[in-house]
Design a protein around this ligand. Sequence first.
Ligand SMILES: Cc1ncc(COP(=O)(O)O)c(C=O)c1O
Length: 385
Amino acid sequence: MSEARTIPFARPWVEEGDRQAVMAVLKGDVLTHGPQGKALEEEFAAFLGGGAHCVSTSSGMAALHLSYWQLGIGPGDEVLVAAQTHTATAHAVEVVGARPVFVDCDPATGNLTPEGLEAALTPRTRAIGLVHFLGVPCDMEGIMDLARRRDLRVIEDCALAVGSRFGGTHVGLYGDAGCFSFYPVKHLTTGDGGMFITHRAELAAQVHKARGFGVDRTFAERSVPGMYDVPTLGLNYRMSDINAALGRSQLRRVGEVLARRRRNFDHLSGLLAGLPGVSTLGARDERGSNSHYCLCAVLEGDLAGRRDRVIAGLNRRGVGTSIYYPHPVPRLKYYRQKYGYAQGAFPGAERISDQSISLPVGPHLGEEEVEYIGAVFAQVIREEQ
Ligand SMILES: Cc1ncc(COP(=O)(O)O)c(C=O)c1O
């Protein structure tokens, strides 16, 4: 193995052009409410295709909150939510006063399945809150079929899924709403930021207003400066022009980001293939294309109980790792205390949370780094067996 090195799990890819785009905004007088946010929305819609309407937000969580709130989901309603996801997917349901009903995932992909969802339906089910886990698209044909039959709203958490398509359509455009995150380690970053997307023009207009205090006209639409009315409630979930300028500059490299992620993912998967006691999560459905957020290696059998030692061995040799996600959401303290948790109730999600290690495949890695990660991983596994 070549000499030791330090490879972070993720690193935001920020170039001189990104810095110049941000500085150009800072040199002007308009830091928010300006043209950058709208331009990012139009450019992101063009990237997605499929008639997407986009509303930029201050975070992915903000986009999720706006989705449930503006779709009228609230107290008395149940939402079927992925047990294996970031807590934001469930918090958005909880914060509007609805009840999340957690559903386990397919162990091969980490995604919800139409069958699992169907089994969890009750007469109070109003919506499905799914996540495209680590960028692998869910079976949107099967899930939308169920949603249509039962008149359910569908909110897609696309935080890890920029560039993921199912049957040629970008994820987020099957359901009522799709929510992206531009947090620094995601495919694109605006520092903090997000995007609400939908194929429903009237819903986009409603969310646009709710994102900005419920005010009835934008700065550009006001005939008398400072004059507006407020017909509905709203929050301030705007993205500033500073953040949006960074996002626009990043979006120009999205093709390169996705290509590097695919190359690194395929290479690392090959290096890990056949290692005893190790399996990897990934796409199993040829209708979908993966955005390759990271490579999730699951330790099986005797190795499973030694996950923390394997992580320590990797980290000691400079390989950055993470865990996506450290607990099934219903096992997190807030949910456990509120709804109770029976160990073993979500075996698919528990296996990923308790036995997996997320390995880097981001655009910051070249071929040599991937070779190094593969070699170190194999060595640590051998030492632990
Ligand atoms: C699946 C998922 N959904 C939502 C979020 C929340 O996004 P944000 O940090 O932009 O609020 C995250 C993490 O950042 C995530 O991983």
